[in-house]
Design a protein around this ligand. Structure first.
Ligand code: E4P
Length: 252
């Protein structure tokens, strides 16, 4: 399982790159909108500049940067994707295409970009079907939104829609368990589209990272605050304090 960092914040990206344990960066329009207002291409260019500064040429292959289109019109989505790919001088740029929006699925966009040799990250997938269809259309990555899949099973707001889906035999209540969604998607991908990779996104807590990895996600993309929370441990603090104190006492 590889770790990606899920942010558009330059300081956090630089921290992740310096620490060296992430193999990619995922952004989305909401993450970009958290940054100071300005030219989005210039901001994305700064992310690429940080990657060039901190990743040695020998380690750049496969280091992925995902950026998302922000239109619902297929021709415009392709235009934005091509523009982003051309503007960002980084080999492994993946264009995030939302798999569906209000019943307008974007498989033809995924297919068109794949035909043009542009890596696609099919984003906002909530079901095995969406992920499978995206992989079949040529997506390199399928992003299953772990936290939002789980929320969909319990959020009161979606009670009626959830029940309609269940009655229509589109999903079972267990399909709102993200571990099941990831595990089943991995099985289907292994059998049919072994080159496509699952990115588990919408990660809320350190335990989600482990659970997503064990469920079969190839990649887990994690917000910086959760990445930081994963690393510390009170017993690590205790033992390091002990080492320092013992050695200082011996030196004095
Ligand atoms: C993943 O690529 C997305 O950027 C992200 O994880 C979205 O999830 P969230 O909006 O629930 O955090």
């Amino acid at each position: 399982m590889k770790l990606f960092i899920d942010t558009a914040n330059l300081e956090d990206i630089e921290w992740g790159l310096r620490a060296g344990f992430t193999r990619g960066i995922t952004t989305n329009p909401s993450l970009l909108a958290k940054e100071p207002k300005g030219n989005y291409l210039a901001h994305l260019g700064k992310i690429v500049a940080l990657m060039e500064e901190h990743i040695p040429p020998s380690q750049r292959d496969g280091f992925s940067l995902s950026v998302e289109v922000w239109s619902d019109e297929p021709g415009e989505m392709v235009r934005q994707a091509v523009g982003l790919k051309d503007a960002l001088k980084w080999k492994d740029v993946a264009i995030k295409v939302h798999i569906d929006h209000n019943g307008r699925e974007n498989l033809a966009v995924v297919r068109e970009l794949a035909k043009r040799g542009i890596a696609v990250n099919a984003t906002a997938c909530m079901t095995v079907y969406q992920a499978m269809a995206a992989a079949a259309a040529g997506a390199k990555y399928v992003s299953l939104f772990w936290g939002r899949i789980r929320d969909g099973g319990s959020d009161d707001k979606f009670f009626v829609e959830r029940n309609q889906y269940i009655e229509a035999k589109k999903v079972r209540i267990t399909d709102f368990d993200p571990a099941i969604a990831v595990r089943e998607t991995r099985t289907f991908l292994n059998n049919n589209y072994p080159n496509a990779e699952i990115i588990a996104g919408s990660i809320r807590a350190p335990l989600d990272v482990k659970d997503a990895g064990l469920a079969g996600a190839h990649i887990v993309t994690v917000q910086p605050k959760t990445l930081r929370a994963m690393l510390g441990h009170f017993k690590t603090d205790e033992v390091v304090d002990q080492f320092f104190n013992d050695f200082k006492a011996w030196l004095s």
